[in-house]
Design a protein. Structure first.
Length: 61
């Protein structure tokens, strides 16, 4: 199944993954990816502002 959409691949802590999976099953999303896309879209619509600069793990500013 080819697509022109970008692929997002990342590492996640087991505890956060469990929370995502619990959310997925509670709200009956067909896939983990569908739940994560919904959560990201919802969160970004809230217009969040980090309280301090965010630095990628293991990388200097």
């Amino acid at each position: 199944m080819a697509t022109d959409k970008p692929l997002l691949n990342f590492v996640i802590d087991p505890g956060l993954l469990k929370r995502v999976d619990d959310f997925r099953f509670k709200h009956r999303f067909a896939t983990r990816a569908a739940a994560i896309k919904w959560l990201l879209d919802w969160a970004l619509r809230q217009k969040p502002v980090p309280s301090k600069p965010v630095v990628a793990e293991g990388r200097p500013k």
